[in-house]
Design a protein around this ligand. Sequence first.
Ligand SMILES: [Fe+2]
Ligand SMILES: [Fe+2]
Length: 401
Amino acid sequence: MIKRISTEDLKPGMFVSSFDLSWFKHPFVSTRLGVVRDQGLINELKKLGISHVEIDTDLCTADEARPSPEIRPGKAARERLQPCPSEGDPERSARFARKLFDHAMTATRSLMDSVRAGKPVRTEEFQPLVARLVDAVNHNENVLHIILSLKSFDDYTYTHSLNLAALGVLLGKSMNLEQADLERLGLAGILHDVGKCLVPREVIVKPGPLTEEEFNLVKAHPALAHGYLSRQNDIPGEVLRAVLEHHERLDGSGYPRGLADGAIHPYSSIISVVDVYDALTSDRVYRPRMSPHAALRLLFNQRGQTFPEAMVDTFIKRLGVYPSFSVVQLRNGCYAVVTRQTPGRPLFPEVMVFCDREHRPLVKRRLDTWRLCGELARKEYEIERPVEPGELPPPMLMGIA
Ligand SMILES: [Fe+2]
Ligand SMILES: [Fe+2]
């Protein structure tokens, strides 16, 4: 049932189906915002002067609400994760991705609190999450791309672990690894940086350049995590190696041990490739993020030197020349966000146009650039260039996946 309520009464967990404000005055792709995850979005709506919103009470279930941070994601949280929906249901896919994201944020906070408190890590908490990521890569890859697009909605410390799990599973799948390998890669992604919880926080979040002493503290995080996690006997050896070796580099220039090709476990290399990609495409305290296209180009330039060549090539092929949810400019000057890859046509993904050459909003519409440019020879719809986030940030994307 649709109900109109005051924005003052809006709470996390409610499903916003619409609100009244001209397209030109708000930054969202759609007024159907979906489930409100936290107070940040409510504050943004208030700032925009939106006094009322419509909510869909059928979708405002307690299940949809973000679990409160004090609650450990125990059995109850595990039961809340539904199976991955099919690719043909974009609305459900977007809701599912958001739920998985929220679940992962809560579980990761809990994980890091445990490590800071010196308690054992409960890896079983992550099994349902990792299993859903593997399901998604097998049946509905778009869920993973939506999850990756949600990184601006939470702290890098937490989104980074989830992104690495998602990207690690995706790269592992592209390399034809077995189901069990994908699950271990997912766990390695979640755990790879827990050692940072054992390094003084002021060093980790320092915005300026690090002193040599501080850098040495940061460089200790793989070994600290390895030592910490090795005390548990339920973590697979390959996962422990990925945690220890994810900053090692093919040419021996990495740390902590300066291992070279052959001595580095393939899991570790997978995690290192996706680690660099996620770090480059995320806002950090010391620099803004770069576009996925630019990050892939940077990885491409290092292939064969610091990262295995075939692995980087596979990763780029999987993500596409213009990865999903990145912004591009078409030859007609319009800006668009990439919504889906076209199999076998990396230069011609499906896009959604959202503003013109002068950054003036347009009525959003999806374009199949392959059909337009190939079949219909409408060259003005070809992608001219990728757009850096500093030039034009991507619009809010939930609900269009
Ligand atoms: Fe790391
Ligand atoms: Fe990392």
